[in-house]
Write a protein that binds this ligand. Structure first.
Ligand SMILES: [Zn+2]
Length: 446
């Protein structure tokens, strides 16, 4: 309530800062010494506190930057004006001529208002001291807020002042006034309130801005996502301009159908999302379908036409297909496994043709024993291999030819196997691309 801040600075004549400090204050002391004989003007005295002072000659100040004593000026400004400003009139002082403490009873002119750069103040109380330095009496003169009249407070006695200050003169002359208390004027207090409310409002606004910036960041994120998806689309366009041109051509030639598709997506975003989800979950099947369409566009067009003409039947068919169909990825995996095991068998035959020929020879020389052996094998393990042996027994020459064929064919199978080895990672790569692409489609469709 009473605390303010004073900033004090000292600069050398070259402008170097020698001293800068900020100090709190609870009252501003005013020295009466200079004007003791005449009437002391509080207003001027208060202004003098903030006047620049020059230190020159013997009073020069050492400047660290100039590395020598320099003429310097010091200044004081009120950085923070308190709600209640108290001025202390230094009536109690040390008299160097008599080397004793003295009390000054000089007459002071008290202004009803005091201005600082920030506030206007209104006098509302004075503390008076009557008596000497060794003893005396304190009273207070206070302005009532109720009737706007000044009252004298003397211990327990409160009386309306006989002579109301500021009624006949613009200033109040006093020989006893010791403390002057000024209150920030009503309008300034309103301003203060406004400032406070303004601060609150600004804080709220800042909060909102902060929250807004979060949502803004999210919007930007979304924009970034859609930008990425657009970049990918553009990339696709660059990589496959013909397909893109065809699509555009379709759109240009049949804008209604394109509009209908878009309308469908807008009207039934869930179904669209499901489609995209499906693509994400089974990109291989999607890719295969696309491949089919590319390879056989006529049949696709027919299918679509059928779907359009009889959507119910198409839906039923699709349902049944989904029950039995295995995804191409799985089929392909099976093929790969099978070709591997087959390749191994053939490889064995190829690498050890002699042992195979010997077996065949044995069979020729002693067909009966082989037949029995085969029968035993069959009863123990009725598999395709026992069947093979049986065949060998019946027609050994044919089997030899078959082995030869196998040998030739194994290269083919080997090729399939190698292709499979190569193609699976590729398909996985492109399926990852599809996943990403579909994800982006998903994001943009949302
Ligand atoms: Zn300097």
């Amino acid at each position: 309530m009473f605390e303010g801040q004073l900033s004090e600075t000292t600069k050398c004549s070259k402008g170097h800062s020698i001293n800068e400090e900020m100090n709190p204050f609870w009252m501003i002391p005013l020295s009466l010494r200079d004007n003791c004989d005449a009437t002391y003007s509080v207003e001027k005295g208060f202004e003098r506190v903030f006047n620049k002072k020059t230190f020159s000659g013997d009073n020069s100040v050492f400047c660290p930057d100039c590395e020598t004593k320099m003429e310097a000026t010091s200044g004081c400004t009120m950085e923070t004006s308190p709600p209640i400003l108290t001025l202390l009139l230094k009536r109690f002082d040390f008299d160097y001529t008599t080397m004793s403490h003295v009390k000054s009873d000089c007459c002071v002119e008290v202004p009803p208002t005091i201005n600082t750069p920030q506030k206007k103040y209104e006098l509302y109380a004075m503390v008076n001291h009557m008596g000497s330095i060794s003893g005396g009496h304190y009273t207070a003169t206070v302005l009532s807020r109720e009737d706007r009249a000044w009252y004298e407070c003397d211990d327990a006695h409160v009386t309306k002042a006989e002579e109301q200050p500021f009624t006949k003169t613009s200033t109040h002359r006093s020989r006893t006034a010791y403390l002057l208390m000024y209150r920030a004027s009503e309008s300034d207090r309103d301003n203060l309130k406004d400032t406070f409310e303004d601060q609150e409002r600004r804080r709220d606004e800042a909060k909102e801005t902060c929250n807004g910036s979060k949502s803004h960041i999210n919007k930007l994120k979304d924009m970034l996502k859609s930008l990425k998806s657009r970049t990918n689309k553009v990339k696709n366009t660059v990589e496959d301009p013909d397909s893109h041109r065809d699509k555009m051509k379709d759109m240009v030639e049949d804008p209604d159908s394109h509009r209908d598709k878009m309308k469908d997506t807008l009207e039934d975003p869930k179904s669209h999302k499901d489609k995209v989800k499906h693509m994400v979950e089974d990109p291989d099947s999607h890719r295969d379908k696309m491949k089919d369409i590319v390879e056989d566009p006529e049949s696709h067009r027919d299918e679509v036409e059928e779907t359009v003409e009889d959507p119910e039947r198409c839906r039923d068919e699709a349902k049944e297909t989904s029950k039995v169909s295995k995804s191409p990825k799985h089929k392909f995996q099976d093929m790969f496994k099978f070709s591997k095991s087959h390749r191994m068998k053939v490889k064995d035959t190829v690498e050890d043709t002699d042992s195979h020929r010997d077996k065949v020879k044995d069979t020729i020389e002693d067909p009966e024993r082989r037949k029995d052996e085969a029968k035993e094998t069959q009863s123990k393990a009725p598999d395709s291999h026992s069947q093979e042996r049986k065949d060998t027994v019946k027609d050994p020459d044919r089997r030899t030819d078959e082995v030869k064929e196998h040998r030739a064919g194994s290269n083919e199978h080997k090729g399939v196997g190698e292709d499979a080895d190569k193609e699976i990672p590729e398909s996985l790569n492109s399926s990852a691309d599809n996943c990403r692409h579909a994800e982006e489609l998903c994001v943009t469709s949302l």
